[in-house]
Design a protein. Structure first.
Length: 173
């Protein structure tokens, strides 16, 4: 019996070594795959971002100058389908530029004039009529698909800057 126990001791030791080896390889594989996951995260493409801007625009008809006051900016992850600049109808004097490092223009878009409002109404006899109303001041809302290299957004009236939003001032939500 004692001889049998002595023969089992090397066998038990060999099993222990094998188990530790398997456990060690398994742990090493987990660490390596965890590292690989982290590398995948770093090389993953950046998520698209949107900027929502709200405020007011005021126009001085004597000097033909505009002032813009931005009241709220929301910076979020997301993607939106935006109309092309050629699809904006009417007065195209308002635009915005996405500026990158060194004030390099990355993208530019024409936006609808917030001061111009189209009203449609019908008479009792069924006739439809539309009128265009031009205001001295109005609220505006703009949704911007951001270029991921953009550092600021510059709003323009007749190609003159009237407001500048630095993206570093607004954390993404």
């Amino acid at each position: 019996m004692r001889n049998r126990q002595l023969h089992l001791l090397p066998l038990a030791f060999a099993c222990l070594v094998i188990c530790l080896g398997v456990f060690g390889c398994r742990t090493q594989g987990t660490l390596q795959s965890g590292t690989a996951d982290n590398m995948d995260y770093e090389t993953e493409e950046p998520r698209p971002e949107l900027l929502f801007v709200m405020g007011t625009v005021a126009h001085d008809s004597v000097t033909d100058e505009c002032r813009m006051h931005v009241s709220e900016v929301s910076h979020v992850y997301g993607e939106a389908k935006l109309e092309n600049a050629t699809e904006v109808e009417g007065d195209q004097s308002f635009s915005y530029d996405q500026m990158g490092a060194g004030n390099r223009k990355l993208a530019s878009r024409v936006m609808e004039n917030p001061l111009v409002q189209m009203l449609e109404f019908s008479y009792e006899d069924g006739r439809m009529e539309s009128r265009t109303l031009v205001r001295d001041s109005a609220e505006f809302f703009v949704r911007i698909q951001l270029n991921l290299k953009a550092k600021s957004i510059v709003f323009n009236y007749k190609n003159k800057p009237i407001a500048n939003i630095k993206l570093s001032n607004y954390k993404i939500k």
